[in-house]
Design a protein around this ligand. Structure first.
Ligand SMILES: [Zn+2]
Length: 206
C-alpha cells in the first residue's frame, strides 16, 4: 500500500469553482514553503507550511492573470534569496507594480506590509517586482518579457478602464468579452503561459 507524501502544513490545490483545473495542474504552480513567527512576539515556529496559488486566489478574491504572473515571478526570486527553500516572511521588502492583483500577491507571499514600509507601490514598475532579503541585502528585479501580454484583451481592458475613469458607462458585453478572452481554453493567456513555463519572465540580480 502506497501513501502519497503530504508535507506538514500542506496547501489545498484541488480545483474549485474559483480555481480551474488548468491552474491546479499547471507544472509551474508549486507552493512556496514558509516559516512564520509563532506569535506577535516574534519567536519562529519550528515547523513550515505551504502557501499555494489557490490560497492567494481565495484571499485576493479571484484567480487572474496579474496574480498568477505575480505568484510565478515572486516564487522565482524567493527561490534565489532563500536557497534552502524555506521563506522567512519577516525578512523581505518589496516594490510592487501598482495593481491590486500584483500588490495583494506580493503582500500575501512575502509578508511585506505597507504599514511597516516594507511594501512600496511604484507605478513605474511594469509587470514585475523588486524583492530584497533584508538580512543579506540580496535583491532581484523580476519582470515580464516584452510582448507576453496578448494585445486584444489589453486593448479592450484599457478601454474599459478609461471609460470608467471618465465616468462613462461600460457595457456588460465589453466585460463579458474580456472575461471570455481569459477563459478561452485555446488562448495562450499570460496566466496560463506563466503557469506553464518560466520563459515569460526574467530575474536579474541588482
Ligand atoms: Zn486580480
Amino acid at each position: 500500500m502506497t501513501h502519497e507524501y503530504k508535507p506538514v502544513g500542506a496547501s489545498d490545490n484541488s480545483p474549485d469553482w474559483f480555481y480551474p483545473e488548468w491552474a491546479a495542474k499547471a507544472p509551474n504552480n508549486q507552493p512556496i514553503v514558509v516559516r512564520d513567527t509563532d506569535s506577535a512576539l516574534g519567536r519562529y515556529n519550528l515547523q513550515t507550511k505551504e502557501i499555494g496559488l489557490k490560497d492567494i486566489a481565495r484571499i485576493h478574491g479571484h484567480l487572474c492573470d496579474g496574480q498568477v504572473i505575480a505568484f510565478v515571478e515572486i516564487k522565482a526570486v524567493l527561490s534565489k534569496v532563500f536557497a534552502d527553500g524555506v521563506v522567512d516572511r519577516t525578512d523581505l521588502q518589496v516594490v510592487s507594480k501598482n495593481g491590486p492583483c500584483w500588490a495583494d500577491a506580493a503582500a500575501f507571499l512575502t509578508g511585506a506590509r505597507i504599514n511597516f514600509k516594507t511594501l512600496r507601490i511604484d507605478a513605474s514598475i511594469a509587470g514585475g517586482f523588486i524583492i530584497q532579503r533584508i538580512s543579506t541585502g540580496e535583491a532581484y528585479a523580476v519582470h515580464l518579457k516584452p510582448g507576453v501580454f496578448p494585445d486584444d484583451p489589453v486593448v479592450l481592458e484599457n478601454r474599459i478602464r478609461s471609460l470608467r475613469a471618465q465616468g462613462n458607462p461600460v457595457t456588460a458585453e465589453d466585460i463579458d468579452t474580456v472575461e471570455k478572452m481569459g477563459d478561452a481554453p485555446e488562448l495562450e493567456t499570460p496566466d496560463r503561459s506563466a503557469c506553464r513555463a518560466t520563459r515569460d519572465h526574467k530575474v536579474e540580480r541588482l
